[in-house]
Design a protein around this ligand. Structure first.
Ligand code: ADP
Ligand code: MG
Length: 140
């Protein structure tokens, strides 16, 4: 399988509960390497732009409020089949449906406050990495 890069966010609900390290450990144990990461407090414009694909969904307003409520960690994960692997480690969107051992099963509070974001395909991964990182920040 090819080495890929994907984009990940440790969301406000998890950062607030001091779970950055526990979540990074899940990624690292699965063979995903954080090649760039930073803690930021997203602006409303950033959150609305990042989640523009969901702008007509009923939960959009709540999602934006949750994402800007407090800081997040944005990161680029690299590894074999990183895009799908990240989604596997994250677990299902709704923690009630997430498999044992996944981040969302262990840490998510609800379908909205579900602790992590992860790109869903090669195109979105490339787009989302560019949204938050310059090329010179991807240090390997
Ligand atoms: P994922 O993050 O698993 O890719 P989606 O792309 O479908 O899920 O949704 C983006 C985010 O919007 C979710 O992670 C979650 O925070 C929020 N969300 C999705 N569906 C709902 C819902 N039914 N109610 C509240 N929030 C939701
Ligand atoms: Mg998604």
């Amino acid at each position: 399988m090819a080495i890929e890069r994907t984009f990940s966010i440790i969301k406000p609900d998890a950062v607030r509960r001091n779970l950055i390290g526990k979540i990074l450990t899940k990624f690292e144990d699965a063979g995903l390497r954080p090649i760039a990461l930073k803690k930021i407090h997203m602006t409303r414009a950033q959150a609305e732009g990042f989640y523009a694909v969901h702008k007509d969904r009923p939960f959009f307003g709540e999602l934006v409020e949750q994402m800007i409520a407090s800081p997040v960690v944005v990161q680029v994960l690299e590894g074999e089949g990183a895009i799908l692997k990240n989604r596997d480690v994250m677990g299902a969107t709704n923690p009630a449906n997430a498999a044992e051992g996944t981040i969302r099963k262990e840490f998510a509070l609800s379908i909205g406050e579900n602790s992590v974001h992860g790109s869903d395909a090669p195109e979105t991964a490339a787009q989302e990495i560019k949204f938050f990182f310059n090329d010179d920040e991807l240090v390997g």
